[in-house]
Design a protein around this ligand. Structure first.
Ligand SMILES: Cc1cc2nc3c(=O)[nH]c(=O)nc-3n(C[C@H](O)[C@H](O)[C@H](O)COP(=O)(O)O)c2cc1C
Length: 303
């Protein structure tokens, strides 16, 4: 009943782990899969190891958290060893990669193709170094170049993850679709945001600015999914502030075929996956829905 399909890849339910939370080691990703997620997305990684920003890198605020981790990761060679140890039996393994040039993305894609089911392109991190992350996803030409280079090099479906921090997300979405993206994930964190420590009169985060995630960004994510659903034909994966089955249903009605969960795990633990799956199935039975497929986009059309 809960199964869903994203561009031909089968998921046993519509829940997956969002990039950057519990996605650095095989053991934590296997734990998330055992806890009920149908798929996991790794922490975003690059060709070479990258230290990221100094602490503090996250701070809690009303409605969520602000983070500026700075894409710290041990590089593709190390990450490959982790990815190989994830249990792929009836689970979907997705690698999130980032770089600055088409060549970097192509090299990463070629390295990881054989060991994952899908690849998500992080062209949307709002606190990445200049030239990376949202500096790509805020520019149609750069997005097109990176997505098409990655797609050409890939034998598995390619997902472009979009930033909401743009004037019109449907333009970027259409560009990525035209460049060959098989699916779109939206949204990455919102911002930049900032929290000031009033005792020392300084921003809390080392990087000062960070991306906002959690409950407060859900309405923004829902409206972005809704708008993009009307603009493209490729499947959409919703992300931003999913805590409950009601949130998942909202995303599906807006047009998503699956959702990713990040910040909620910090508040609710990995149990959030099985709880949502159980509640979602109950909701579907009560309302007479027999598949996720028939629920996708129901909030569109009509008066
Ligand atoms: C601590 C933290 C680290 C993150 N790291 C990444 C990352 O490496 N790559 C990426 O594409 N998104 C990253 N994100 C964004 C999430 O994948 C997600 O898009 C965002 O947090 C909204 O979902 P949520 O409200 O469920 O957390 C990160 C978010 C947080 C909170």
């Amino acid at each position: 009943m809960l199964k869903t399909d994203i561009c031909g890849v089968q998921f046993r339910n519509p829940l997956m782990l969002a990039a950057g939370i519990m996605g650095s080691t095989a053991s934590s990703m296997n734990w998330v899969l055992k806890s009920g997620a149908a798929g996991v997305i790794s922490k975003s990684f690059s060709l070479k190891p990258h230290p990221g920003y100094k602490n503090p890198t996250t701070v809690a605020v009303d409605g969520g958290i602000i983070n500026a981790i700075g894409l710290s990761n041990p590089g593709v060679d190390n990450f490959k060893e982790e990815l190989k140890q994830i249990n792929r039996d009836n689970n979907v393994v997705i690698a999130s990669i980032y770089g600055a040039t088409p060549d970097e993305f192509t090299q990463l894609v070629e390295e990881i193709n054989p060991i994952v089911d899908m690849i998500e392109l992080n062209i949307s991190c709002p606190h990445a170094m200049e030239g990376y992350g949202a500096s790509i996803g805020q520019d149609c030409n750069l997005s097109h170049t990176i997505v098409s280079a990655s797609k050409d090099a890939s034998e598995v479906p390619v997902i472009a993850k979009l930033t909401p921090n743009v004037t019109d997300i449907t333009e970027i979405a259409k560009t990525c679709e035209n460049a060959g993206a098989d699916a779109l994930s939206l949204i990455n964190t919102v911002g930049p945001g900032m929290k000031i420590n009033i005792d020392v009169a300084k921003p809390v985060l080392f990087n000062k600015f960070g991306g906002m995630s959690g409950k407060a960004i859900k309405p923004i994510a829902i409206s972005n999914v809704y708008s993009v659903y009307e603009a493209v034909d490729v499947p959409i994966i919703g992300v931003g502030g999913v805590y409950t089955f009601e949130d998942v249903v909202e995303f599906i009605f807006a047009g998503a075929r699956a959702v990713q969960i990040g910040t909620a795990i910090m508040d609710e633990g990995v149990e959030v996956f099985s709880k949502i799956n159980n509640d979602l199935e109950e909701f579907m039975k009560n309302k007479g829905y027999s598949s996720i497929d028939e629920m996708v986009g129901l909030a569109h059309g009509g008066e």
